[in-house]
Design a protein around this ligand. Sequence first.
Ligand code: CMP
Length: 139
Amino acid sequence: AVTRTFSIIKPDATRRNITGAVTKMLEEAGLRVVASKRIHMSREQAEGFYAVHKERPFFGELVDFMISGPVVVQVLEGEEAMQRNRDIMGATNPKDAAAGTIRGELAESIEANTVHGSDSDENAAIEIAYFFKPEEIVG
Ligand code: CMP
């Protein structure tokens, strides 16, 4: 089925001016960008987005990193979009990410790992609604 998922191109990618390269890999994987905006998250916005991780030891650094520069938030659409996006992203840690994946090719570290992608269809819906109004998504 054609579904939607949520993606963030992280500050390490905006800093290196590779948002186009990342988007090209998403598109070549069969995903369509149906909403996109460049934003600089507030601390409150980043803490709310990553609330599920707030007890993790890396939470503070994760939030600091995600507000260290602009990001590009996107809604991606395609056949089984959530899984398709996870496949093209590669493993969270670039040391474990396969060649040809976004993180395998472009990520700098487990923190500066270039992209975030939703890990379930349920979370995709929550994450899309966190950043986008329905009318901002144009399929
Ligand atoms: P993301 O998909 O954005 O969700 C949580 C993020 O925490 C994850 O990608 C990583 O970039 C980041 N992170 C930083 N340190 C760690 C760690 N030790 N283990 C897992 N995730 C980490």
